[in-house]
Design a binder for this molecule. Structure first.
Ligand SMILES: [Fe+2]
Length: 372
C-alpha cells in the first residue's frame, strides 16, 4: 500500500486503510476496500483530509510498519479527548485533574509503552496526519508514541541517569509509564489559553506570545502533586526548555532539564512540523527530521537526537516523493543505515513500474544512482 496526497487521488483507486475526519468514535468517512469515486475525492479535499493509504500496483508489496495498532491508538485518542473535556470544565471552577482521570491516562500510557516494547527493531512512519481539526488529541497520542519509542531505545542503550549521576537500567517500565502520562498531557496547560490565540493564523503579538509561554506552568499547576509523579510533571513543565538555555518558561539548560522533558521536546517539535495547523501547512517527514537534526546541540540534547535519527526515517516506506525534475514516486523500502538512500518506485512513460535507489543526501545531486 502507499500514502497518496488527497490532491493526487484518482477515482477507481482502492482505499487501504479507513479514513476518518471527525472525532474518535464517529463513523469512518471511508472504509478500507472502498473504491474511490470522483465525488469522494472532492469530499476528502473539502474536508481537509491530507492523504489516504491506497492499494494499487505502484504500492504493491509495500507494508509500512505502524508503531501502534489502530485499537490502541483509538482508545488513547478517546481517553485524551474525554480527559481534556473534563479538565476544561474543572479548570473553569479552579480544580485540578481528577485522580480517576490520572488513573485512566496512566493506563493508556502503560498500554502504549507495552505495545512499543513488543516491537522489533524497526523503522517507523508514525501514523499519517489526518485533519487539522483533530489536532489536539491526535498530536498528544503521536507525541506520546514517538517519545516512548525514543525513550525505550535510548534507555536500553544508555540507561537513565539518576540524581547521583549513575547510569541505571532498572525501573525502566515505570519510567516509561510516567513519561507516557506526561506526554499525553504535555499541553494540558493550553486549556487555560484562549482558542483564538492558540489558533491565530498570523503572527502573535508580544502579549499573546507571553500567554502561550505560560502554558507549561499552567499545565504543571493543573496536575495534583500527590497523584502525579514529579517525573511526569517535569515533562509538562519543561517540554519547551532548550538544551542551550534559550527556551521557556525557566530558561534552564543542558542536563538541568529533566531527561524526560528533553525527549518530549524532540517528539513535540517533530510532530508539530509534520502537522497541519491553521497558521502553517503540514511538512513532509524529511523536513521534520531535518528540523530536529539542525536543532541538535542548540534546541535539543544531541544524544536524544541521535536516538531519534535511528528510529525516524526521512523517507518512510509508502510515502510519496517528488524529485526536482517533477517526477513523482513512492518509497518502496529504506535501509535504516542509509536513511537518505531509499529505494523508490516510479511509473515510466510506457506505464511500466521501475525501482531505483535514489541518493537524497543533502547536497547530493537529486538523481537516480542505481537501476534495479
Ligand atoms: Fe507545549
Amino acid at each position: 500500500m502507499r500514502l497518496v496526497s488527497s490532491r493526487h487521488l484518482k477515482p477507481g483507486t482502492r482505499v487501504a486503510r479507513e479514513v476518518r475526519s471527525g472525532p474518535v468514535g464517529t463513523a469512518p468517512l471511508l472504509l478500507s476496500g472502498t473504491l474511490l469515486t470522483q465525488s469522494m475525492c472532492r469530499r476528502l479535499r473539502a474536508l481537509g483530509v491530507a492523504a489516504v493509504w491506497v492499494d494499487d500496483e505502484l504500492g504493491d508489496g509495500i507494508e509500512p510498519l505502524e508503531a501502534l495498532n489502530p485499537e490502541t491508538r483509538d482508545r488513547a485518542e478517546q481517553e485524551v479527548t474525554a480527559t481534556l473535556a473534563q479538565a476544561r470544565e474543572r479548570l473553569a471552577s479552579g480544580q485540578q485533574l481528577d485522580s480517576r482521570d490520572v488513573e485512566r491516562l496512566r493506563d493508556v500510557a502503560a498500554s502504549i509503552a507495552h505495545e512499543i516494547s513488543g516491537l522489533p527493531e524497526a523503522v517507523f512512519a508514525l501514523s499519517e496526519m489526518r485533519t487539522a481539526d483533530a489536532y489536539t488529541h491526535e498530536h498528544s497520542v503521536r507525541v506520546t508514541t514517538l517519545g516512548l519509542l525514543i525513550a525505550a531505545r535510548h534507555w536500553r542503550e544508555h540507561g537513565w541517569t539518576d540524581h547521583r549521576g549513575r547510569q541505571r537500567y532498572d525501573r525502566i517500565p515505570q519510567r516509561m509509564t510516567q513519561l507516557g502520562f506526561g506526554l499525553l498531557v504535555h499541553d494540558i496547560g493550553k486549556l487555560a489559553i484562549p482558542r483564538d490565540v492558540l489558533d491565530k493564523p498570523g503572527r502573535l503579538d508580544a502579549r499573546e506570545w507571553e500567554m502561550i509561554k505560560r502554558h507549561p506552568e499552567y499545565g504543571a499547576a493543573m496536575l495534583n502533586h500527590t497523584t502525579t509523579s514529579m517525573l511526569a510533571i517535569s515533562v509538562v513543565r519543561f517540554h519547551h526548555e532548550r538544551w542551550d538555555g534559550r527556551g521557556y518558561p525557566r530558561g534552564i539548560a543542558g542536563r538541568r532539564i529533566s531527561e524526560l522533558a528533553r525527549i518530549a521536546a524532540v517528539a513535540d517539535v517533530y510532530d508539530a512540523v509534520r502537522s497541519e495547523r491553521p497558521y502553517k501547512p503540514a511538512r513532509p517527514a524529511h523536513v521534520g527530521v531535518e528540523v530536529v537534526q539542525e536543532g541538535s546541540g542548540t534546541a535539543f540534547d544531541p544524544t536524544i537526537v541521535s536516538t531519534f535519527r535511528q528510529l525516524v526515517m526521512p523517507y518512510p516506506a509508502g510515502h510519496e516523493l517528488t524529485l526536482e525534475d517533477g517526477s513523482r514516486g513512492v518509497v518502496a523500502a529504506v535501509d535504516p543505515s542509509r536513511p537518505y538512500q531509499p529505494r523508490v518506485r516510479f511509473v515510466d512513460d510506457d506505464g511500466s513500474i521501475r525501482e531505483f535507489d535514489i541518493d537524497l543526501r543533502p547536497g547530493m545531486p537529486r538523481m537516480p544512482v542505481v537501476r534495479v
